[in-house]
Ligand binder design. Structure first.
Ligand code: B1M
Length: 209
């Protein structure tokens, strides 16, 4: 569909205003949020990811594409989040220490909210002690840890080890995710669940509780 290609292209160009305009146009054409997301926004971001890897674009271009992605997600957020379902469980969600990637985390949070979970987002670059404080304060059913770098995924284990030391491991289920994370890694570090994307993260969260 033309408008989805335009969204993808505008995102690659880092044109946040055009992404906003085209995302609104796509909604008014009756295109589903998941199509807008997968075939527009995420398609554009994945092309940027490949170009970044191949040194065809650099951090500044990726940053402005990420900003455009946030604008697009903001247009979809009301549709993804407001399904009118009463929250049945609580999730504390954050990106681990040393990691600044938040697009995937935000998306996971939105889909979880839309499927009836209360989500407390503690942000990015979150120190293990801050996760522990959040568990003590909010008493969530699930602690959801995102990591996008192979260098920061080890922090997911640090958080689990810190939960054990604090005597809190049995009070909360731990879910992990992010591009470098695998099912095997989930088992290795003693997490309760792993999910590959936002939809399966919300389905997995429902199963866990
Ligand atoms: Co970064 N970056 N980045 N980056 N960046 C990656 C991740 C990379 C794969 C790019 C590449 O080389 N091809 C690479 C990591 C390599 C590795 O470690 N294996 C990389 C690198 C190296 C870096 C820097 C080190 C670059 C540098 O400075 N030289 C640096 C690190 C900064 C830091 O964090 N300390 C860096 C910086 C950045 C920006 C700040 C410029 C920007 C982030 C902006 C932001 O998030 N606000 C950025 C971006 C945008 C990317 C890419 C291009 C896109 C990531 C993204 O948002 N994808 C990325 C390349 C790529 O992924 N193709 C890349 C879209 C998003 C919806 O997908 O985040 O995977 P994703 O989330 C998915 C799933 O992973 C899953 O569900 C989500 C939705 O479906 N998921 C979960 C995520 N969390 C989950 C939690 C769950 C369950 C599922 O349960 C709890």
């Amino acid at each position: 569909m033309k408008v989805l290609n335009e969204i993808s292209q505008a995102l690659q160009n880092g044109d946040a205003d055009l992404v906003t305009e085209k995302a609104q146009e796509a909604i008014s054409q009756g295109i589903s949020p998941s199509n807008i997301l997968n075939d527009g926004l995420l398609k554009g971001m994945s092309i940027i990811g490949v170009k970044f890897k191949n040194n065809e674009v650099f951090v500044p271009e990726v940053l402005i594409a990420a900003r455009a992605m946030h604008f697009g997600l903001n247009i979809l957020k009301p549709i993804l989040v407001n399904t009118g379902i009463k929250p049945f469980a609580k999730v504390v969600l954050g990106t681990v220490k040393g990691d600044l990637h938040d697009i995937g985390k935000n998306l996971v949070g939105m889909v979880m909210m839309g499927s009836g979970l209360e989500v407390i987002d503690v942000g990015i670059d979150v120190h293990e002690d801050k996760f522990i404080e959040a568990v003590k304060e909010h008493k969530p059913d699930i602690l959801a840890l995102s990591a996008l770098l192979s260098t920061t995924m080890a922090e997911q284990k640090v958080v689990i080890d810190t939960l054990i030391k604090a005597g809190l491991r049995d009070t909360v289920k731990v879910m992990i995710g992010g591009a470098p994370v695998t099912e095997q890694y989930c088992r290795d570090i003693g997490a309760d669940a792993y999910a590959t994307d936002a939809i399966s993260a919300s389905e997995m969260a429902r199963k866990l509780v």
